[in-house]
Structure formats: structure tokens, C-alpha cells
Design a protein around this ligand. Structure first.
Ligand code: SF4
Ligand code: SF4
Length: 227
């Protein structure tokens, strides 16, 4: 036993304050006090008018908005269809179905690409677990937050809704990886644009492809010396 003596706490500290005559008289309407005092203050309303974009409040730079599927500098897709994002999602909002790349039909570096990619924005809680799980930084989040729509179907975004458009100088897919490279070269950021061989391949496969003329050709990365 400890030598310390334990005493009961002072009950008056925990009981409600006793009201005076005025307190008791106004008690039935006291709950409206905040309402009445607010009636005479100026309203503070953030305008949100989609047809007046200049009135939208910009988000913080790292705000987690709607998703985006990214590409490498030569146009290949970063998504390899591994489904880690779908497994990480606590709301079961992502569906991925992978398919194999073939020599004549290559969409991403390596063996597989995301053939079907869906995000259900009726389920998404914008927690960002999916983008943290993605091993290739294929999936990131933008600052866009205007998700509301008028039908359930329109809130299931498909791959074509999520895949970022080709940037200037990229070559449209499918096309082979840059000659002499492996998927590791892509993951390390060594690809800086389409190569002449890739452009020639697309010329053969799709002579009418408009990105053939706009592609900004770079040279394939040099192989590191083996030690
Ligand atoms: S942000 Fe969260 S809830 Fe939304 S798709 Fe990603 S993991 Fe799922
Ligand atoms: S977005 Fe990333 S995590 Fe999801 S399937 Fe594609 S590569 Fe895998």
C-alpha cells in the first residue's frame, strides 16, 4: 500500500452551474442566442460559380483532387497494370484489368499494361492511398475537384477519361520501347523523348498518325558500362 491518501474529488467542480433568476427566466430561449446574434452580422459566402471560373478559390498546390494516369516522355503509358492501387484502395473504388504488351502493340514499358482502368468517384474518398501504392508513379492526383454529375454512370471514369493527353513532342501509342532500353531505364527517368527508330516504327504501322511530324526526336540513353 502506498502512503498516499486518496480523497474523493470535490463534487461541485463537476456539477452544472447554478442559474440565477435571469438565467432561469431565459433558459428556454438561450439556445437561440447564437442564432439571433448571427442574424445581424454580415454574411461571409465563398462564391462558387462554375460558369465564372475567375471566382473559384484556387486549391493548395498539394490538394488531392481527381486522378490522372501519366505517360513517359516518349508517349508510353506508365501504368503496368499491377493492380497495387486497386488493392490499396479502402473504398474498393478502382478496377484494373491488365493485358500483355506485344512487339506490334506495346503501350507501356515491360510485359503488361493497364487495358481497363476505372475509378468510381461515387466511392472514392480522396485518401490518396492508391497513388502512394503505385510503383511507377503512373497514378497521381490533380487539383481538379469538380466531380459532381447527374448520373451514376458518368461518375465511373474510364481509362480514356483518366489518361493524360500526349504532351507536345510525344509519340502516340502503341509503339516499341526506345531501342536498347529496358523497363528499368524508364523507371529511372532516362527516357527524354521518342527516338528516330520509334518514329520510323510508327510511320510503318500508322502512316497517317499526326504525332509522326510533331514528335521531338531524342537519342536513346547510353548503356551504362558493366563493371
Ligand atoms: S483516393 Fe483513396 S478512395 Fe480514392 S481511389 Fe485512391 S485509394 Fe481509393
Ligand atoms: S496505376 Fe500504378 S499501381 Fe495502379 S495498376 Fe497502374 S502501375 Fe499499378
Amino acid at each position: 500500500m502506498s502512503d498516499k491518501e486518496f480523497t474523493q474529488p470535490d463534487e461541485s467542480l463537476y456539477s452544472p452551474n447554478k442559474k440565477g433568476i435571469l438565467g432561469r427566466a431565459f433558459a428556454p430561449v438561450a439556445g437561440f442566442g447564437v442564432t439571433f446574434s448571427t442574424l445581424f452580422r454580415p454574411a461571409v459566402t465563398e462564391q462558387y460559380l462554375p460558369h465564372k471560373p475567375e471566382q473559384k478559390t484556387p486549391t493548395r498546390p498539394r490538394y488531392h483532387g481527381m486522378h490522372q494516369l501519366n505517360r513517359y516522355a516518349d508517349g508510353l503509358e506508365k501504368c503496368i497494370g499491377c493492380e497495387l492501387c486497386a488493392w490499396a484502395c479502402p473504398a474498393d473504388a478502382i478496377f484494373v484489368e491488365a493485358s500483355s504488351n506485344h512487339p506490334g502493340e506495346q503501350y507501356s514499358p515491360g510485359e503488361r499494361y493497364g487495358r481497363v482502368y476505372q475509378i468510381n468517384y461515387l466511392r472514392c474518398i480522396f485518401c490518396s492511398y492508391c497513388i502512394q501504392a503505385c510503383p511507377t508513379r503512373a497514378l497521381t492526383m490533380t487539383n481538379k475537384y469538380e466531380v459532381a454529375d447527374q448520373s451514376r454512370e458518368s461518375l465511373i471514369y474510364e481509362k480514356q477519361d483518366l489518361l493524360v493527353p500526349l504532351a507536345e513532342g510525344m509519340l502516340s501509342t502503341p509503339h516499341p520501347m526506345a531501342e536498347g532500353t529496358t523497363d528499368a531505364d524508364y523507371y529511372k527517368g532516362n527516357i527524354t523523348g521518342p527516338t528516330q527508330d520509334q518514329v520510323e516504327w510508327v510511320k510503318q504501322a500508322r502512316p497517317e498518325d499526326p504525332t509522326i511530324t510533331s514528335a521531338q526526336v531524342t537519342s536513346a540513353p547510353q548503356k551504362e558500362a558493366q563493371h
